[in-house]
Design a protein around this ligand. Sequence first.
Ligand SMILES: *Cc1c(COP(=O)(O)O)cnc(C)c1O
Length: 369
Amino acid sequence: MGSEPPVRAGAVLDIDLGAIAENWRSLAALAAPAECAAVVKADAYGLGMEPVSKALAQAGCRIFFVASLDEGIALRRLHPQPIEIAVFNGPLPGTAREFPAFGLSPVLNDPGQFEDWALVASSKGALPALFHLDTGMARLGFSLREFDAFIARGLSNSMPWRGFISHLACADDPGHPQNDEQKQRFTAARARFPACTASLAASCGIFLGRDYHFDLVRPGAALYGVNPQSGNSNPMRPVARLKARIVQVREVDRGARVGYGAAHLMARPGRLAIAAVGYGDGWPRSMSPRGCARIGGKRVPVIGRISMDLSTFDVSAVDPSLARPGAFIDLLDEEYGVDRAAADAGTIGYEILTALGRRYHRIYRGFEG
Ligand SMILES: *Cc1c(COP(=O)(O)O)cnc(C)c1O
């Protein structure tokens, strides 16, 4: 985890754990008195579950969410109790017994998962479950009808449970009427279980206001620097920086065709830098016509198609002493972060982060674990 990349590193992903911890603290302060969990699914959104979860635990986070049982087991191996770990996808058929074995709380998403869980809920080490109520997204969760039947049968008293969650479908759009509809359904459900922990908001939901906070908020993306308030300036600190080394610099003539498919035609003579990053690293191919990078702060456009291991940039306007083999070209930095890269690639910051590849040389800074 040294802070200088070795000379052989073709591309370097630099992750600021101090910024992640600071983002968690600022979200926790915004949500207080609600508690603030951290979502570390998908390898902490591509940034590394181990270093990220350790930094968050040290910052004071006590509740972690992952998507799958495998992720829960991996996280539990890194953190002995008393950190709570809840698994969004709940028990797949045949897996309920593994939750007590690893000290994991399942999120129960439908009556089938509930039935599976009921068989192991009283076993040694079984932690109280969370219930997921679908308030209008039609992804995971008990439907309101199933939830009513569940209550009518008194099942909720038959085992210990920790609380219930729901998930907002449109929280990235503060003006969307579905936010308020989902909140109202959630509030009505919550009124029946005032003693249980209730959790509705993920990153964007936290910014919809106090009445979305309930008892527990569950940010993921905002911890990692994605803007939770699209359209406004980003209140979160940037976390991921990415740079790739230039492998070759070449002069090309007017009329030269560049890259696969001869997709770019040089309208004038120029100088190109070929950098060691491509879609094999998770740098999206869809970045090809719009993306850019920076050298010494100067913007350099992507030229032609991004290939598996290489991307080509027009560096005609850059001082040749900066654009030379072995020099770095900045792909993600303070000015051009995950949200801007996502916009240029036609996706969202979440996908840019979770696609970040295994091939990067990774530097973790800002935290001594
Ligand atoms: C992924 C996820 C979150 C975290 O969402 P962000 O938008 O990344 O903050 C919270 N709750 C559920 C149910 C999720 O699936």
